[in-house]
Design a protein around this ligand. Sequence first.
Ligand code: SAM
Length: 362
Amino acid sequence: MSYAGKKRKLDKTRQDTLYFDSYSDVTIHEEMIADNVRTNTYRTAIFRNSESIRGKVVLDVGAGTGVLSIFCAQAGAKKVYAVEACSIAEQAMEIVKQNNVEDRVEVIRGTVETVELPEKVEVIVSEWMGYALLHESMLNSVLYARDRWLKAGGLILPSRAELYITPISDPVVEDRLYFWYTVKDQYGVDMSCMSDFARRCIKNSDITVSTVAVEDVLSHPARFAELDLHSVTAEELRTVKGRFRCESFGSAAVNAFCVYFTVTFPCSDKPQSLVLSTSPFKPETHWKQAVLYLDFPVEVVQDTLGTPNQERDIEHPHSVSHAHSLQGRPAAYHPPPQSAPNTNAMARGAANRRAHPTWDLG
Ligand SMILES: C[S@@+](CC[C@H](N)C(=O)[O-])C[C@H]1O[C@@H](n2cnc3c(N)ncnc32)[C@H](O)[C@@H]1O
């Protein structure tokens, strides 16, 4: 193997070690189990699919503390293989015993890419979603498990994922930039030149995970990508992107985009499927929302095109880089029917939601 090839392999091993170490600590599991939107939606989805789970063999990809495996056993699974790569598997074994399901739940320590199961499975369950959906790249492991271990026609929980985007006017970032203009008044030292540097730092910081307030959202969200877990391939995950169009609620300065996701569980006992949503309009989850900052604020205008683009860095499979652009200038601006003052504060207010200038990003 070439030097570059060996280095890539070493880097990947180090990345995997760091990644799995982060799941060996209690904090992350505490956060996930305490997220009752997340955990209850999985629990409900598993119980609503008990017809398809009862008497069946299940694979839990990345079992962590084993919580989903135990839900599956409680829903009547004949056998659950709880595959977990990191040392939290030892706690999972204890939890399985404490819940008297060790006859049906077998915790296997190892990566799903390397473990050997004695049989194929009828159901795969996994909680693989990272920030902005793909940040952890764990979905690749689920796809590997699907192709290697799922019987034809098997069930995947969840079975679909969707990505949404909406422009926002984030007041926090503008306050942070303005802060450098206030230093002179406080200390007699002019630091206003720091504002540009601060903007570059914030802009360069990949995604920011934070709770987006609904009053900062400037349009109805647009869905820009959808993944069908039965058919999507690892190759297709290398670039997930799509076009979108948003109609602003009112005049505003757009300084960022909010990206969030939903995952959908089919329900064998109900006509409607079950959706786990990380929308700013839904109860908060530990994923919060992902914020992508623009270089500069853009006044709400018509016919401005942009494309959100989530590209996975193949050398760093547990990270994701985002590229997004806002190109073009306002070709035309049509004031809304009830024209409102063009200020951020007004744009965020409910009163301005009656006004609807339109704009495009591409
Ligand atoms: C987001 S946590 C979910 C844990 C648990 N299923 C739950 O819902 O609380 C993902 C878990 O998957 C494990 N994991 C990630 N990739 C894996 C792989 N390729 N093979 C086995 N385990 C993996 C991580 O160590 C982590 O414990």
